[in-house]
Design a protein around this ligand. Structure first.
Ligand SMILES: Cc1cc2nc3c(=O)[nH]c(=O)nc-3n(C[C@H](O)[C@H](O)[C@H](O)COP(=O)(O)OP(=O)(O)OC[C@H]3O[C@@H](n4cnc5c(N)ncnc54)[C@H](O)[C@@H]3O)c2cc1C
Length: 544
């Protein structure tokens, strides 16, 4: 990726040069990782008066919410749409208002926010439960399918109304969890233990209908036979009332949250790669930066993912004491991806681009088959995703007039890129570059399927691979959603805020689920645990 876009950056090196390290000892909380999981925790803690030091290894803040700029174009990495945030009074709307002190605004996507394209057939996903139900019945009008669709919505409702026991359990101290944890998790596990395919096959034998109902599976990255049905219900319910995009783009998260951290005497630093979490007598007391410098705080939060935290940031001795490697053996990383970022010198309005996403499939509706047959770069692409950030952002015409950005994503395994893992960014060799170009052409083909008017107008493009994700965000296998959302994931009790090390807590997408909402809510749970205060209740009550 190119020039990073961020107005709120302070580098670690400048800080260390200008301030006494001793000063850092007075921080209350050190947070490692500035994704939405780290930032939401930081904002809540800062608003409770804590001095927070947020450390980010990259040269820009935001994790997957960071944006990058090249040749006068700006693209997001990991935010294309978020559900519920645009619905006033919804809990997610209130949470984002709280963590940004009312600064972050959301622009709704079109009422048809997702379009699934199978061969030449398009299936629209409209905003609103009844609208979606009606649309599905329009596509599948036979009586048997109508009954299946009704059953499907009943299952979605049941999952939605299961209560918050599963999440409350994640904040309990381990001794309490041992006593009441299983009870709190019971109803969720009944749903999460089943795969999406298992449940859907229980209500319909129409493979086409299953294909359409799971057309958004890329949002959690696992095909129906492998994903937990609970994850599927979370996702579908999340987007039931449509979706929105942050006004000004995803980098607004950092832009609005960093001043809140500053106001409380804290700070956010880039180029601050943490090498180790310092543990004494089984208590986390600080972090060691890559240059060897140690910074101390009473509380440490790791928001870089559980695998990196347990396998890299904690010493072998700590890991052995708590048998952390055994825990990690039970986890699978989520899928990796390649991305195409395109710039066009014409406005999105002039190009008549829609504020929606496209999920593009080849002819077939069987996502499992599509993924299984996707064995190498030459195989048919099982799914690709296309969207236009500049069309979704109402400020784009002002900040980047006469410019359009498009993004294409394909999900593929990290393993395909492994052989280049020891090469350096931008110096990975001709074979790698040639492959990137081949992938780019495959992705352009998908782009032109939904936006043929862009043909011949491309001014600039760049391709990212799982190695780019690994390089920029340190997710070791280029995974885009942390731990894979399989039934096993939801069984893992150690995916929680507390760790076996005292004063060390986890935030980010591995605690609850992947996604902007999942990562952000984890930050809230983490801050609630540390502050011993029910922040969600407080936010719900105080924000009207
Ligand atoms: C291509 C793509 C598309 C997506 N689309 C959507 C979408 O449309 N909607 C949605 O809801 N979700 C989407 N997601 C998922 C969503 O972006 C993530 O689930 C979420 O942002 C994860 O937040 P996080 O804070 O847990 O992790 P991250 O954002 O990954 O943050 C972790 C941070 O830790 C830093 N770090 C790592 N190691 C260290 C270290 N040793 N020292 C210091 N810092 C370190 C990293 O650099 C990174 O900044 C998408 C993700 C991707 C990649």
């Amino acid at each position: 990726m190119g020039k990073m876009h961020n107005m709120t950056r302070k580098t670690y090196r400048n800080y260390i040069k200008s301030a006494l390290t001793k000063d850092a000892r007075t921080f209350d909380v050190i947070i490692i990782g500035s994704g939405t999981g780290g930032m939401s925790a930081a904002s809540c803690l800062a608003q409770a008066g804590k001095r927070v030091l947020l450390l980010e290894q990259h040269n820009v803040l935001g994790g997957f919410t960071h944006t990058f700029e090249r040749a006068g174009y700006i693209w997001d990495i990991g935010l294309h749409y978020v559900g519920q945030v645009h619905i006033e009074g919804s809990i997610l709307n209130k949470v984002f208002r709280y963590i940004s002190k009312d600064k972050l605004k959301w622009a709704p996507l079109d009422d048809i926010y997702d379009r699934a394209i199978f061969g030449d057939e398009e299936y629209q996903f409209p905003r609103g439960r009844e609208n979606l139900k009606a649309k599905l019945k329009e596509y599948f009008p036979n009586q048997k399918d109508i009954l299946s669709i009704d059953k499907y919505f009943t299952l979605l409702d049941e999952a939605q109304n299961m209560g918050s026991g599963y999440y409350i359990e994640k904040t309990l101290p381990p001794f309490l969890s041992k006593i009441i944890g299983n009870f709190l998790r019971r109803s969720t596990l009944k749903v999460s233990d089943k795969t999406t395919l298992e449940v859907l096959r229980g209500i319909t034998d129409n493979a086409k209908l299953i294909g359409v109902l799971t057309a958004q599976y890329g949002d959690y990255g696992l095909e129906p036979s492998k994903s937990s049905f609970y994850m599927h219900t979370l996702l579908v319910n999340h987007y039931m009332e449509g979706a929105a995009y942050p006004v000004g783009g995803a980098s607004k998260f950092a832009e609005y949250i960093v001043p809140i951290i500053d106001e409380s005497g804290g700070m956010a630093l880039t180029q601050a790669e943490v090498d180790e979490i310092i543990v004494e007598k089984n208590s986390a007391i600080g972090v060691r930066i890559k240059d060897g410098e140690a910074l101390y705080a009473k509380t440490i939060i790791s928001a870089v993912g559980i695998v990196s935290t347990y396998s890299q940031l904690l010493s072998k001795e700590v890991s052995k004491r708590h048998e952390l490697d055994k825990l990690l053996d039970e986890l699978e990383p989520a899928t990796a991806h390649v991305g195409l970022y395109v710039g066009i010198k014409e406005s999105s309005t002039a190009l008549a681009l829609k504020k929606c996403n496209y999920w593009i499939f080849p002819q077939q509706y069987d996502h499992d088959k599509g993924r299984t047959e996707y064995k190498d770069f030459n195989a048919t692409i099982p799914v690709s995703f296309v969207s236009f950030p500049s069309a979704k952002d109402p400020l784009a015409e002002k900040t980047h007039p006469g410019r359009t950005t498009a993004e294409v994503i394909m999900l593929l395994p990290y393993g395909w890129f492994k052989k280049w893992k020891n090469t350096k960014w931008q110096k990975r060799g001709e074979e790698y570059e040639a492959l990137k170009e081949e992938l780019a052409q495959q992705m352009f083909e998908q782009l032109y399927r939904v936006a043929p008017q862009l043909k011949g107008k491309v001014d600039y493009y760049v391709v990212s691979t799982p190695l780019s994700t690994r390089h920029f965000s340190k997710h070791r296998q280029g995974e885009i959603y942390g731990i894979a959302h399989s039934p096993q994931r939801f069984r893992q009790k150690f995916l929680r805020v507390h760790t076996p090390v005292k004063n060390l807590f986890l935030s980010g997408q591995d605690v609850i689920t992947g996604s902007i909402a999942g990562g952000t809510m984890a930050g809230l749970l983490c801050a609630s645990t540390i502050l011993k205060e029910h922040l969600l209740w407080k936010i719900n009550k105080t924000i009207k």
